[in-house]
Ligand binder design. Structure first.
Ligand code: LLP
Length: 417
């Protein structure tokens, strides 16, 4: 459930008309509902009530400072994949000992930054990386907590670009090689084994792949225990899907139940790294219709948001519902909703029935809270959109629209020119 609803044919975010924000802030803009964000976090957190658990919100899904701050205040931890996300997280109020750090390509400076900050654990994705962390830890005179991210070879049945737990994916250490890798870690002087981690993919709409991954991880835990290697944290990653179109992903309660029933009696703290399920349906992107154009075989609705603002349709052929901010009578039209960018892949929807809007009307692209703004870019020198947070009848610009000066910040002419 989210807080974007119509009142007398006018789309509201909580108690604020979306059109008021669009008029005052301009378009395109992202709008997030505070009530939805907190509700989703609580629903997820409470679903695991019977477990000792830490929810590490996944920064990559939406890393705006105000959004991170909401979760930090609620006691959440943070899942990061870069030094930049660590910086954002600490700046937004997360305590460093609530941070877990995944990613196949951590640089030495990022490793040093995370070690010095005192994060909860590194989720290590290769033996090479393990060796580097050990060496950097030695230089800094520290013993560093790690989990190995294992790849359980489970098919999450999602888009190939966002499945991560298969043998052919670059992520983690193959489950068959994990025991040897743990043994190697055990011998390393500056490494402290504290956990096992896995993350099998994103937008997963069934429980089964999570259960399969858990069963692999559990049997690894048993083997480690028999070798005297004690695991404190079991990190099952993120990945729970949301409804964009007609998907019916498990409710967090159902997902939790499936995991918990297989975790009983295991004396570990459960870590989860949800992103999309918390923020996905808590945000929309609002765009204005610039022009309509009728071709011989296609109808186009040209809007002021492009693939640089919301990449998901272009990159994954992802479906986002498109609603008219002001509802009106009349037959819907079948149209491509396209952006201003010079690529045929620049679309928000293809052959979609939407209301028969005219120039200047506003459209809301739904379920855009996750992997929307964070994947946006300046392609075609388009300043990135503004982000707005609504709480009850108030709204606040949590990120100002970029300016033309922002576009050239840091650029300079070489002396030799
Ligand atoms: N943990 C790790 C290690 C991850 O790589 C991810 C997402 C998450 C947690 C959070 O997953 P979630 O709960 O949000 O599914 N850009 C794509 C999604 C890429 C996900 C990458 N990793 C999209 O727009 O669908």
């Amino acid at each position: 459930m989210h807080h974007f609803q119509y009142q007398q044919n006018e789309l509201y975010c909580e108690s604020v008309p979306v059109s008021v924000i669009a008029e005052n802030v301009g378009t395109p803009c992202y709008i997030y509902s505070h009530a939805t964000l907190t509700r989703h976090y609580n629903a997820f957190y409470n679903a695991f009530e019977s477990m000792d658990r830490l929810i590490c919100y996944s920064a990559k899904s939406n890393s705006n400072k105000a959004i991170l701050n909401i979760f930090a205040r609620m006691g959440s931890g943070l899942d990061i994949v870069s030094g930049g996300e660590l910086y954002r997280g600490l700046n937004a109020g997360f305590s460093s000992d609530h941070v877990v750090y995944s990613g196949v390509g951590k640089r030495s400076d990022e490793i040093d930054y995370a070690i010095s900050s005192g994060i909860l654990m590194f989720n290590v994705e290769s033996v090479n990386e393990l060796e580097l962390i050990n060496q950097r830890a030695k230089n800094l005179n520290k013993k560093v907590p790690i989990a190995l991210r294992v790849n359980p070879d489970v098919d999450p049945k999602t888009h190939p670009y966002i499945s991560t737990g298969l043998k052919k994916n670059k992520f983690g250490i193959e489950i068959d090689a994990a025991l040897e890798a743990y043994k190697a870690a055990y011998e390393m002087e500056n490494i402290d084994i504290v956990g096992i981690d896995c993350h099998i993919g994103s937008q997963i709409t069934q429980v089964k792949p999570f259960e399969d991954a858990l069963s692999s991880v559990k049997s690894l835990e048993e083997k480690l225990r028999s070798l005297g290697i004690k695991i404190q944290y079991l990190d099952m990653g993120g990945g729970l899907g949301i409804t964009y179109f007609d998907e019916s992903p498990p409710h967090p309660d159902e997902y939790a139940k499936a995991l918990i029933k297989n975790l009983k009696d295991l004396p570990v703290k459960l870590i989860l790294e949800p992103g999309r399920v918390i923020v996905g349906n808590a945000g929309i992107m609002v765009t204005r219709v610039l022009f309509r154009k009728t071709g011989q075989i296609k109808e186009f609705t040209i809007v002021d948001a492009g693939m640089n603002d919301l990449l998901r349709p272009t990159l994954y052929n992802a479906f986002h519902a498109i609603e008219s901010v002001r509802k009106f009578e009349g037959e819907p039209v079948k149209t491509d909703v396209v952006g201003p960018i010079c690529e045929s892949g620049d679309f928000l929807a293809l052959d979609r029935y939407i209301p028969n809007v005219k120039n200047g009307d506003l459209l809301a692209v739904m379920s855009a809270g996750a992997y929307g703004f964070t994947m946006s870019s300046n392609y075609c020198s388009r300043p990135r959109a503004a982000e707005v947070m609504v709480r009850d009848d108030q709204y606040h610009i949590i990120k100002a629209r970029e300016t033309y000066e922002d576009l050239i910040r840091g650029e300079s002419l070489p002396a030799f020119m």
